[in-house]
Ligand binder design. Structure first.
Ligand code: SF4
Length: 493
């Protein structure tokens, strides 16, 4: 099927086809050679982050027990968003596009190798996610292009020799294991351990006879084995990079995000609003918190209302979130002043708190427009003490406390005790963002696995904005139905 070698008396390996012109003639890539181009630091980081978004959704799909078809749909959507790959074509214009896209794919893979080669755990997870990504792309690839890709490499599989085809005992054995099959490939059995484990191949004399419908397993296994070996080599070479103060913080950041089960979220630094252009006023916050805040912000809001105070990190986490939600500096001062109430004097508020609020809006000190905290940052940094309200409840609450808090906060929005086991299970596997996404789905009437347009929660502001968007869409469609009924009634009259 894929080989160009004719059959003879001896085993033949495939002939490798080389492409004369393009640097990236195939959409599929085994990443044998590192990129040698010059790349900017910005490309180094942004390419890797885009790839990480896809890999994180693959990981989340495992935790959520999504079927392969569901995973494929998620990867397809994420890929279209973060790292589109156009099918090969001879048209000049398309070649220009595909070369740029494939360059990004190539570079991003190698940056993540650097980030994820440093521990056994990271390597294992990276190999699993990358192999799944390769498999999805392989399945989505046009059959002609896939064939060309397979011909471009030597996979070391062999077709049966004439002697073997005449060997009735062997052929009977092969047909017993794979009834209806007419074509087999021979490889050493160690190359297809997964097929051996599932008893999908016939074993003889150290060879595995792989039916043609399982040929892709050899390709995936080869990809996995090569990547494992390459990561170990990279790990040995990595200490040489340790002194590079430009790259190491980026690599640390990427590795930390993947370990905490999160991709690196987009930065939210300026007022993004809630996506409806409506100005957010201090007096709206109670209502918004009840309907749209994720659990971390619900908890901070409830603490603030109960204690009329938040400690430093709590104020930072909540204040920056509110800034990005769209609370102006004037409204923020009104909000915090009222929230503290009579517990402190105006004088104390102005001296100790107002400056810090203005500072977080970039109006004092270094005048930096600070970004709102991502889930990754909330989960991994500034661990809360017993009296603190900041942090991520999925990460920092005990299982009992979390379940009670979730039912109290989201029960009125449709979360029930029946939803809790799946949420707790995701928390136990340390996929806190998956637990948060499940709560989002349960409280917004979304089908299981849909997430936020196919993505998991990576940022509290992303959660709030999507929640508001869903509510707005519901209100609009209810309004449209009402208007239609009114029109119909008018017609009847
Ligand atoms: S996962 Fe993110 S948004 Fe959800 S509660 Fe934790 S920190 Fe907040």
């Amino acid at each position: 099927m894929f080989g160009t070698a004719s059959r003879g008396n001896s085993f033949r390996a495939n002939t490798v086809q080389k492409h004369p012109v393009h640097k990236y003639p195939h959409l599929l890539n085994f990443y044998d050679k590192p990129p040698l181009d010059d790349i900017t630091l910005d490309e180094f980081e942004t390419f890797a982050i885009d790839r990480l978004r896809i890999l994180s959704e693959i990981e989340a799909s495992y935790v959520r027990n999504r079927s392969y078809d569901e995973l494929k749909a998620i990867v397809k959507a994420q890929q279209a968003k973060c790292m589109p790959l156009t099918a090969s074509s001879e048209k000049k214009e398309i070649v220009r596009i595909t070369e740029a896209e494939r360059r990004k794919d190539h570079i991003s893979h190698f940056v993540l190798r650097l980030a994820f080669c440093r521990s056994e755990e990271l390597r294992r997870r990276f190999v699993k996610a990358e192999t799944s990504l390769f498999r999805v792309r392989y399945d989505m690839e046009l059959s002609e292009d896939r064939k060309r890709f397979l011909e471009s490499r030597n996979f070391g599989w062999m077709t049966l020799s004439r002697e073997e085809e005449r060997d009735e005992v062997l052929m009977n054995d092969l047909r017993t294991v794979n009834p209806g099959e007419t074509l087999w490939y021979k490889v050493r059995w160690m190359r297809v351990p997964n097929l051996v484990e599932k008893r999908r191949v016939c074993l003889k004399g150290g060879w595995a006879y792989v039916p043609s419908k399982e040929q892709s397993s050899i390709v995936f296994q080869e990809f996995e084995t090569r990547l494992e070996a390459a990561l170990e080599l990279t790990a040995k070479a990595l200490p040489r990079l340790d002194e590079d103060t430009r790259l190491m913080p980026v690599l640390d950041h990427l590795g930390q995000g993947f370990l905490s089960g999160l991709s690196v979220a987009s930065e939210y630094s300026s007022a993004e609003g809630l996506g409806d252009g409506e100005e957010v006023k201090a007096e709206m916050i109670d209502d918004l918190a009840e309907k749209h805040w994720p659990m971390c912000m619900r908890h901070l809001h409830d603490c603030l209302r109960k204690d009329r105070h938040l400690k430093h990190y709590g104020r930072l986490q909540y204040g920056l979130f509110l800034k990005v939600v769209g609370l102006s500096i004037e409204e923020a001062i009104v909000f915090w002043r009222k929230a503290f109430g009579g517990r402190i004097t105006d004088d104390k508020f102005n001296k100790e708190y107002k400056y810090n609020i203005r500072h977080s809006y970039g109006l004092e000190g270094k005048r930096t427009n600070y970004a709102a905290y991502t889930c990754q940052r909330i989960i991994t940094q500034n661990q809360p003490g017993p009296q603190d309200c900041h942090g991520c409840p999925y990460r920092h609450f005990s299982a009992d406390r979390l379940q009670t808090a979730l039912l109290a906060s989201y029960g009125p929005q449709g979360l029930s005790a029946a939803d809790l086991p799946e949420i707790v299970s995701a928390v136990k596997q340390e996929h806190f963002h998956v637990a948060c996404t499940k709560v989002f789905e349960a409280t917004h009437g979304l089908p299981r696995g849909q997430g936020l347009d196919g993505e998991s929660v990576t940022h509290p502001n992303q959660y709030a904005a999507k929640s508001r968007e869903i509510e707005k869409a519901k209100l609009e469609s209810a309004g449209a139905v009402k208007a239609e009924v009114k029109d119909d009634n008018a017609m009847e009259f």
